[in-house]
Design a protein around this ligand. Structure first.
Ligand code: WTA
Length: 638
């Protein structure tokens, strides 16, 4: 069997899916065989969800960068691997061929070695969307080090927390970060983070904007200076299949963000397989995913999936609205993009500017469109389909998570019959289960419930860094022997899946995950705040907005000033992406006699729908609800 062949028909998909369920080990072993391994595995899969403990390709040894880079050199060494489009349309794009990327990765791997970085050590990246970010991740992987990318919009406190949790010895950053009209001083954020992160021994800085930076001698080094000191040969270090490839922090319902851990062999097999099949990538295609590498989408579907498949993957430094709302389409025309992958929040934002920004450009190269990060609403789906896809491009609505590292449910472009707003059908290898509130699986079609997965796939989360119990409790503790996604879903009459959104206390703002507890902790730092409760509410562009209810020690003399102070604290503790859209000062929160906040009520008020608040008789003080409703910051529908 030529396993690198793609699925080409819907019947073939169904067959392949069935095979993956009947014999998962045989199925994935076949795909693993198409890669370069330094030593073959002894056992395909060993698992239990009670630990949880999942091991794919145990005994196998490999290096993922040999599969992303070296393996392609002979056949497509001169093909563009990374196509980088800068923030300014006037600045030249950079094209790195597989050969050039290979050389740069090896070179920077030697820089990391020179800093004393060894296999298993953690390296943190706090960088803009420049080629060096992808190079850095691959360079770490080249020597068996673990990368931990922190989105460069997080605050210094958030960065420091993540650096400390991972005990990273090195931070890679740049002098500045161009984002539209802004030049964000990222190096100074790193400087501040380092004040509370004593584990950091060195900071390596890419010169990008020539912004002035403060310098700590001995600790800080310029990227270009260090690269000049090393040679370009760096043999790939063999790592075990289950050795850690990266940590990526993500928000959950409770507490601080947790470090999701992914390992090497299974991650490689799954991201390659899902990328090739969902997007139906062809050898000469140009593929563009607009995500930031600070999130899982960038890890799996800008760097690893596409490079494993030998694709040309584009990286974009800027924002969709700079210099104007036509930028995405201008870039699609310029680079003749064939697969374009973005988030519903971006589609809705651009839709609001009108179609004249689209019509100026020739989008005829586009063959497939993708969507990720949140449920796509009907209007956005139709707009995307009609205006960008010109009515004849499939939309690949990929449903998945940081913890799953690859697509769980997604159409295969042009193969799976589509249904607007549906993520459609599971990828081969993904055995879904819909669960009811009592923990029973709901069989049949035309049903709704909580979405779980019954069987491990190669890139399932292995642990949460430094705290395995948390992984066990959050993902495997709700339903026996099941991985719980935290999402609700519907399976319609045709067996098609539609994700209905989070059923836990995670809010999805512009496709970014935000934990309510995290935002509340930040708000509570304000000296006049006694307690707070945060919920999500429907937002036209962002999908969900953040609504905060706050109890103050003393009623603020000026509520606007108070709100500004709270927003400042949130920006400092987490970053601007966590700023609430509404902050309502309330006299109390709706609590049960056991002290639990009834968030259901707060969500309803934030939605403006108080017609069905349900039973409030179990509240300690039901009158609190009336005062919350009367002070609500949204129009209340009767
Ligand atoms: C949501 C992003 C509906 C979902 C890849 C999930 C989606 C969370 C979709 C994970 C989609 C992601 N349709 N909902 N196509 N894609 N989600 O970890 O709630 O940043 O649990 O991973 O985003 O967000 P994360």
């Amino acid at each position: 069997m030529d396993v690198r062949r793609r699925i080409t028909s819907f019947d073939e998909y169904k067959e392949e899916y069935q095979k993956s369920v009947d014999n998962p080990e045989g199925f994935w072993e076949g795909h693993a065989e198409s890669f370069v391994w330094k030593k073959k595995w002894d056992k395909v899969l060993d698992w239990n969800f009670s630990g949880p403990e999942v091991k794919w390709f145990e005994g196998g040894e490999l290096n993922i960068t040999e599969n992303c880079l070296d393996r392609h050199l002979e056949e497509r060494g001169d093909k563009v691997a990374i196509l980088w489009e800068p923030n300014e349309p006037g600045e030249a794009a950079i094209k790195l061929t597989y050969k050039q990327l290979h050389a740069k990765v090896c070179e920077f791997a030697n820089v990391l070695k020179a800093q004393g970085i060894k296999k298993g050590d953690r390296v943190c990246m706090y960088m803009p969307m420049i080629p060096e970010l992808a190079i850095a991740c691959l360079a770490a992987a080249r020597i068996g080090a673990v990368h931990s990318v922190v989105f460069a919009g997080f605050s210094s406190n958030a960065l420091s927390d993540r650096v400390n949790d991972a005990e990273a010895r090195v931070i890679l950053t740049s002098d500045g970060n161009y984002r539209g009209k802004k030049n964000i001083p990222v190096k100074s954020v790193v400087d501040q983070a380092c004040e509370t992160s004593p584990c950091v021994e060195s900071v390596i800085v890419v010169q990008r904007t020539n912004a002035e930076v403060t310098w700590v001698d001995g600790r800080d080094k310029w990227w270009h200076d260090e690269v000049a000191k090393v040679d370009v040969n760096c043999p790939a270090t063999a790592v075990a299949s289950e050795d850690m490839l990266f940590i990526l922090y993500t928000s959950g319902s409770t507490g601080q963000p947790k470090g999701v851990v992914h390992t090497t062999g299974g991650y490689m097999v799954y991201t390659d397989y899902t990328f090739r099949n969902a997007f139906q990538y062809n050898e000469d295609d140009v593929y563009w995913c607009t995500a930031d590498i600070g999130w899982i989408t960038g890890h799996s579907y800008i760097i690893y999936g596409p490079l494993l498949a030998g694709a040309t993957t584009m990286m974009f430094e800027g924002v969709p609205t700079y210099p104007d709302a036509g930028r995405f389409w201008e870039v699609c025309e310029k680079h003749k993009v064939n697969q374009f992958y973005t988030a519903p929040t971006a589609i809705r934002a651009l839709q609001a500017y009108g179609t004249e920004f689209v019509e100026k450009y020739d989008l005829s190269s586009i063959k497939a469109l993708g969507s990720v990060g949140e449920p796509i609403n009907e209007e956005a789906w139709q707009w995307y389909h009609k205006n960008i896809g010109k009515g004849n491009c499939p939309i690949v609505d990929t449903y998945w998570q940081t913890e799953t590292a690859g697509f769980l449910i997604s159409p295969l472009a042009g193969i799976t019959p589509e249904k607007p707003t549906y993520a459609t059908l599971p990828m081969p290898g993904i055995q879904l289960a819909i669960m009811d509130a009592d923990g029973n699986e709901i069989e049949g079609n035309g049903v709704e419930g909580n979405l779980c997965i019954k069987y491990p796939w190669p890139s399932i989360i292995r642990t949460t860094y430094g705290n395995h119990d948390r992984c066990k409790e959050v993902y495997f503790g709700t339903y026996k022997d099941m991985y719980f996604t935290g999402d609700g879903c519907r399976r319609d009459e045709d067996g098609y899946y539609r994700i209905t959104g989070r059923v836990d206390d995670v809010i999805n703002v512009s496709g970014h995950r935000m934990g309510t507890a995290e935002v509340e902790n930040a708000i509570n730092e304000h000296s006049n705040v006694v307690e707070s409760a945060v919920v999500g509410f429907p937002h036209e562009i962002k999908g969900q907005g953040i609504y905060a209810y706050v109890i103050c020690d003393e009623i603020p003399a000026d509520e606007d000033t108070f709100r500004t102070e709270v927003l400042k604290i949130i920006t400092k503790e987490i970053g601007p992406i966590a700023k609430p859209d509404k902050i309502q000062v309330v006299p109390g929160l709706p609590k049960t006699r056991s002290g639990k906040i009834m968030r259901r009520i707060l969500r309803k008020v934030a939605e403006g729908d108080v017609s069905s608040l349900g039973d409030t008789s179990t509240l300690l003080d039901p009158s609190v609800v009336d005062s919350i409703v009367s002070g609500a910051l949204v129009p209340i529908k009767d």
